[in-house]
Design a protein around this ligand. Structure first.
Ligand code: CP
Length: 334
């Protein structure tokens, strides 16, 4: 049984095939290939795009989605094997996954890291635990990676660029008042390199490098795809000649769990905002962001309202790629 926990587990060919089906579904959105099928969507954290696009997408394919928020409108969940459950959680993922697998054909999970101990969070144990106990395919709706966002980013780029290989992609850290999840940055790095892009990771200083497991996989991806990966701390040279700028803010991993200390580091870097002057250095480059985005903090109004901004297109494409994904996981894509 195949899950969708990370694009690292999927071949380039399989991902290309998903994007092909997604493009076809965008032209013909309604069908009944998943009539009678269902997905349980477990949200441990807030969402607008992910929740709406999965729920609507399943309905457009003839199926239904059940949205559950453990700890709010469903029992709080324990994910650790062998835990003595004397805390707040009333139910173990072993039973929850077992029961939902009897009811539903797919299970999605959003489980952001705890922001306490990166050495634990980097193992992505919650989604792995769900996949272990589930007898139906599991979809990652954002943990320490956000593979559905990766698919949407790449579909959007292919629509606008055609061929993406050897195009310069700048993944830029941006200012934000507090440290955020690295998931989208990890994912953008993985996807750009997997599809042969020349990726520059731009961040203010080495403390903002992504976890070595993602840097390492991205390097391997680039070696296999004919793309490249480099790190820059220089705004001018990184933006220069870029075909695509992808923005995200994330926390410095050496200060994980210490937001006050991290703030002392990050407060120097407000100038990492994406603005029209920086975009003017690019090769008529495109811009995108996963959303939500704080305007005039991460990117200016001028950038967000420019014709080169693809953020809303990318958000729309979440719907199409996730429909293709659900069909693929349920063998309905033939
Ligand atoms: N990009 C994204 O996942 O949006 P939501 O958090 O609103 O789902």
């Amino acid at each position: 049984m195949k899950h969708f926990l990370s694009t690292s587990d999927w071949s380039h060919e399989d991902l290309e095939s998903l994007l092909q089906v997604a493009g076809e579904l965008k032209q013909n959105p309604m069908n009944s290939t998943l009539k009678g099928r269902s997905i349980a969507l477990l949200f441990l954290n807030p969402s607008m795009r992910t929740r709406t696009s999965f729920d609507l997408g399943m309905q457009q394919l003839g199926g239904i989605a059940i949205v559950l928020q453990p700890g709010r409108d469903a029992w709080g969940l324990e994910f650790d094997a062998g835990a003595i459950m004397e805390g707040d959680a009333e139910e173990h993922i072993a039973e929850a996954a077992g029961v939902l697998s009897r009811y539903c054909d797919l299970i999605g999970l959003r489980a952001f890291p705890s922001f306490v101990d990166w050495s634990k969070d980097r193992e992505d144990k919650l989604i792995k635990s769900l996949a272990h106990y589930s007898s139906v395919p599991v979809i990652n709706m954002e943990t320490i990676v956000h593979p559905c966002q990766e698919l949407a980013m790449m579909l959007t780029l292919k629509e606008r660029m055609g061929v993406v290989s050897k195009r310069k992609m700048v993944l830029t850290w941006t200012w934000h008042p507090r440290p955020l999840n690295t998931a989208v940055a990890n994912s953008a790095l993985l996807m750009g390199t997997k599809f042969g892009m020349d990726v520059t990771l731009l961040c203010p200083e080495p403390a903002y490098l992504l976890d070595p497991q993602f840097m390492h996989t991205a390097k391997n991806n680039a070696a296999a795809s004919g793309g490249s990966l480099q790190v820059s701390h220089d705004i001018q040279s990184a933006y220069s000649g870029a075909d695509f700028v992808y923005a995200k803010s994330w926390g410095a991993l050496p200060y994980y769990g210490e937001p006050e200390k991290e703030y002392e580091l990050r407060k120097k870097y407000r100038h990492f905002i994406v603005n029209e002057e920086k975009m003017a250095l690019t090769n008529n480059g495109l811009f995108s962001h996963c959303l939500p985005l704080r305007r005039n903090v991460k990117a200016t109004d001028g950038v967000m309202d420019a014709p080169y901004c693809l953020a809303v297109d990318e958000a729309e494409n979440r719907l199409h790629v996730q429909k293709a994904l659900m069909m693929k996981l349920l063998g309905a894509d033939q």
